[in-house]
Design a protein around this ligand. Structure first.
Ligand code: NAI
Length: 339
């Protein structure tokens, strides 16, 4: 029996997380879900977007499945997502982008894995206006040798473990000579310890163009926080959009699995959100807790359902009337038929 913290989240969160829970439970892996509030539900219940009880639950269970959380722009609460990553030192943001059959997209056969540094640089929250008139503002992005070393090592170790051939280091060391330069230097030092894996480095602006022109030339990608955030959304666009992009935040003592997309307030409450991304994140979670067969079952059901192409949400097939919860039913039926 695994005990896992589940955070339904905001907007479309509760409906897609419910779909994911039902699909994961249908694999017959025994999970006791500990449902905890965060985001708007945390504010409602505890006047705190990240209640202590939620932090305690993740600390105890070490694994969480999390729905998206709304972050107010500008003033207001700081991002709960960023706070969770810092609280548990979840320094790896692992975002695979893999093509599925019959999903409208510009490319097929894409299989990229992005390793984004998840704690440092411009997400540290060290920022302020320089004066009372708000005439200028400053954000400080700190890159450390320690932080760079461990994310690059994670990317190379993943490549080695999963038979991947190449790791691409993405940076902007030509302009940010200190932060970018440190990351690049450390990355090459780590790469030298993995001689069987091809290592290349690419400047981020060129990388954005190359990914659009010819994504097949890449395999594993490792980069700093902001570039990773932007490029991983770009990668999800290459395989059919945010509805299919899962992510994992991994540290030494805890891991939180989620969709790459946000709370999608524009479609919340309509039962039309695609739950695939969070279900795929659930499959990543199952592998992480040592249940690879259950993960493969979910993956196969998603692949078959997308290949058939009729019983999918409308972001994939605009003619479809299948909603979030019905999509979960279809996946469960596939898994039961294949069992
Ligand atoms: P978003 O990812 O929520 O939505 C972008 C567009 O994609 C919208 O048109 C939305 O309808 C569509 N979309 C997203 N997920 C979808 C799904 N599963 N099925 C079908 N369509 C989907 O990004 P946005 O609007 O910039 O952010 C909304 C809120 O989410 C913000 O408060 C933001 O801070 C937060 N956010 C939270 C994240 C997290 O919790 N990890 C990640 C990204 C954003």
């Amino acid at each position: 029996m695994h005990t896992i913290t589940v955070i339904p989240g905001d907007g479309i969160g509760p409906s897609i997380v419910d779909a994911a829970r039902r699909v994961i439970d249908a694999t017959c892996v025994s999970i006791a879900w500990e449902e905890m509030p965060a985001g708007l539900s945390g504010i409602e219940q505890y006047k705190d977007p990240l209640p202590e009880s939620t932090i305690a639950s993740v600390r105890k269970n070490k694994t969480a499945l999390k729905g998206p959380l709304t972050t107010q722009l500008g003033s207001g609460f700081r991002s709960v997502n960023v706070a969770l990553r810092k609280e548990f030192d979840l320094y790896i943001n692992l975002r695979p982008a893999k093509s599925f059959p019959n999903v409208p997209s510009r490319y097929s056969d894409i299989d990229l894995v992005m390793f984004r540094e998840n704690i440092e640089e411009f997400y540290s929250g060290i920022e302020h206006y320089i004066d009372a008139q708000k005439s200028a503002a400053e954000t400080i992005g700190i890159v450390t040798r320690f932080g760079s070393e461990r994310i690059v090592r994670a990317a190379f170790e993943y490549a080695r473990l999963n038979g991947r051939k190449k790791v691409t280091i993405v940076h902007k060391a030509n302009i940010m000579k200190y932060t970018g330069g440190l990351f690049l230097d450390v990355a090459h030092e780590v790469a030298a310890q993995f001689p069987e894996i091809i290592c290349q480095d690419v400047i981020v602006d060129n990388m954005a163009m190359q990914l659009v022109l010819n994504p097949h030339q890449y395999d594993v990608i490792v980069t700093t926080n902001l570039f990773g955030d932007i490029l991983s959304d770009l990668c999800s666009g290459l395989v059919g959009g945010l509805g299919l992009a899962p992510g994992a935040n991994i540290g030494a003592t805890a891991a939180i699995f989620e969709a790459v997309h946000g709370s999608a307030p524009d479609i919340a409450g309509k039962n039309i959100a695609n739950p695939c991304a969070i279900i795929l994140a659930g499959a990543m979670m199952l592998r992480h807790i040592g249940e690879p067969a259950a993960a493969a079952k979910i993956y196969r059901a998603i692949e078959e359902t997308l290949r058939e192409g009729t019983q999918v949400t409308r972001d994939i097939n605009p003619a479809s009337t299948v909603g979030t919860s019905e999509f979960a039913d279809v996946l469960i039926a596939h898994m039961q038929a294949g069992a």
